[in-house]
Design a protein around this ligand. Structure first.
Ligand code: PHE
Length: 370
């Protein structure tokens, strides 16, 4: 068997292949299961040791040579095809731009902008923190030590433990760690909101593994629950653009606030144009045909949390709240499935999105759909 001649013939045919299809046929002919080079490899098993020692390297070299030739011819054909396409395709930069801007602002971004605008008017700055957070900021400093049962309620995404690291890294489960970061960085007094992404291992029509919260934190002297209630009421009236918003404060529990209050907002059930009943915020939830809807968690900042933030709780007090931004968007703009928020469906975005040029302002209206 003249392996050198076989190899030469194969290489000549490969070099002559004019397109990828022909090349693929050659690959099958030589190296496929029933291919001629594959068949030669199989003869090795039946050879005597001496013969194998003599012919084995030649057969392997043949296979390698053919494999390499196929690969380099393939690369050559592909780059030639790309060159040809690049030469043929041109962009006409003199074409006119589309009549109207096509992009829209996602409702979540819109609501975040509205929140920042309203709270800026109340003297709040915008703060932020990392989404990849450490255990200490997300839990311990918020008065949830290692074995605290509230940790289990958070369905946390943890990163793998690394050696020599105290406490695991995680995807923050709420925006509350920004409370700690801001106190440590800026001291007191403070008035901030912190909007951003948070993560929990949970998914259905009303829960997505990533969602958005806005945290609020006020630290000053002589702060009490009345300040919290006024702030939330003022914010919600501005956000929903109606004066008849009624809040109900319910005692609740969060490790980082004491006392803790959950805040419900009153709504009325009315018949929409499509005959289906829908909720319209406003009025007391106790009135006939009305109800209460849970909106947010809040409370007076726990003394221990103020200490973890590096401040003296005898001198400084504060309140904090955490609101689901996606929920606010759904309520204000009438969407009913949270998952659609993150599908990236152009039609949904075109329908619910906001004009990129219409920035929310208090004077011009905080939320006018595109
Ligand atoms: N961090 C809480 C949550 O995610 C909300 C909250 C924030 C409650 C601030 C009280 C004060 O559920």
């Amino acid at each position: 068997m003249d392996y050198a001649a076989t190899r030469q013939e194969a290489l000549t045919r490969i070099a002559a292949a004019q397109d990828l299809e022909v090349l693929e046929k050659l690959r099958v002919e030589f190296l496929g299961k029933q291919g001629s080079v594959s068949a030669l490899l199989k003869t090795l098993g039946a050879m005597s040791p001496e013969q194998r020692q003599a012919e084995g390297p030649q057969i392997h070299a043949l296979r390698e040579g053919v494999t390499e030739a196929l690969a380099s011819r393939k690369a050559g054909l592909e780059s030639a095809a790309l060159e040809a396409r690049l030469a043929a395709e041109t962009v006409d930069l003199s074409l006119p731009a589309p009549e109207a801007p096509r992009g829209t602002v996602h409702p979540v971004s819109q609501v975040m902008d509205e929140l920042a605008e309203i709270f800026a008017d109340l003297g709040f700055a915008v703060a932020s923190g990392p989404e990849i957070e450490d255990d200490w900021h997300n839990f311990t400093a918020l008065n949830m030590p290692e074995s605290h049962p509230a940790r289990a309620m958070h369905d946390t995404f943890y990163f793998p433990e690394e050696e020599g690291q105290s406490g695991r890294m995680l995807l923050r489960t709420h925006t509350s760690p920004v409370q700690i970061r801001t106190m440590l960085k800026d001291g007191a007094p403070l008035r901030i909101i912190a909007p951003g992404r948070v993560y929990r291992s949970d998914s259905d029509a009303t829960h997505t593994p990533m969602f958005h919260q806005v945290e609020g934190l006020v630290i000053d002297k002589g702060i009490h629950l009345g300040h919290l209630k006024w702030t939330l009421e003022t914010f919600l009236k501005a956000f929903f653009e109606r004066e008849d918003i009624v809040l109900r404060l319910r005692p609740s529990y969060f490790p980082f606030t004491e006392p803790s209050v959950e805040v419900d907002v009153g709504f009325a059930l009315v018949n929409g144009p499509d005959g289906k009943s829908r909720r319209v915020l406003g009025g007391s939830g106790d009135a006939p045909g009305h109800g209460w809807m849970e909106l947010l968690g809040s409370g007076m900042v726990n003394r221990k949390v103020i200490e973890f933030g590096g401040l003296d709780p005898d001198e400084w007090q504060g309140f904090a709240f955490g609101i689901g931004v996606d929920r606010l968007a759904m309520l204000k703009y009438g969407m009913d499935d949270l998952r659609a928020f993150f599908d990236g469906d152009q039609r949904w975005l075109a329908h619910y999105g906001f004009s990129a040029l219409d920035v929310p302002t208090l004077s011009g209206g905080v939320g006018t759909p595109a």
